[in-house]
Design a protein around this ligand. Sequence first.
Ligand code: NDP
Length: 249
Amino acid sequence: MECGKLKGRVAIVTGGARGIGKAISERLGAEGASLAIVDIMKEAAEEAAADLRGKGMNAMAFGADVSKPKDAEATVQAVLDEMGSVDILVNNAGITRDTLMMRMSEADWDLVISINLKGTFNFTKAVMRPMMKSKYGKIVNVASVVGRMGNPGQANYAASKAGVIGLTKTAAKELAARNITVNAVAPGYIQTDMTKDLPDQAKDAFLTVTPMKRPGSPADVAGVVFFLCSHDSDYVTGQVVNIDGGLLM
Ligand code: NDP
């Protein structure tokens, strides 16, 4: 692995305590970034940060509910105060509440939209000012292939991720002149806690239509996110990169 491409950069990773967010934190940290690991459970963020510090990385933990604008503002301010800058934001925190639309409650609709979509808005808005001031920023939003193709039982989730893609393109256009890139990744079926309880039938259905015939790993996602956070992608903005073994072409 090439090391140090993100040396001196401070990266906020939401939902960074486990799964894809933890793998992203680990990859950005391995490339020299200082990490602000944000999670709804402060203790989980502390544990992840301690683990990364044990691997020689610089990592701090912050407890925040991404769906709350005040939490986003306070977290970004705390990162600025304690770590000196905010150069990279990865909006990764997300949840599912799956069921067919006929049975979907208003509460489950609202919850998924408020965390996956509004959470992305909240943190993006909170980092805009400091990034505009420093004329540098890399924002990567974790969407999903489901936001591009739909999926039965995931109306709330698919709508939230389609919304994240629209938000990504709009923010990219608004911030491009300030040297801030905004891109999204759209993972397919990735093995994490989020997908471990999917019925075998649903997992098989995904693999049947995935040309590479294997699920992705959190590290598969982290590698592409790293690219979008590095100088190698300086002229890439407003894009959505599928990380799905060829599922959606
Ligand atoms: P996990 O459930 O393993 O991890 C999600 C993380 O987000 C957890 O640490 C969780 O904290 C945190 N989180 C949840 N709600 C909030 C909140 N309100 N505020 C702050 N943090 C919160 O999920 P994955 O790693 O699988 O997913 C990460 C992202 O990737 C999500 O956006 C997901 O939609 C997306 N994705 C995942 C795919 C997959 O196949 N796994 C496919 C496509 C996209 P806690 O554990 O304390 O609840």
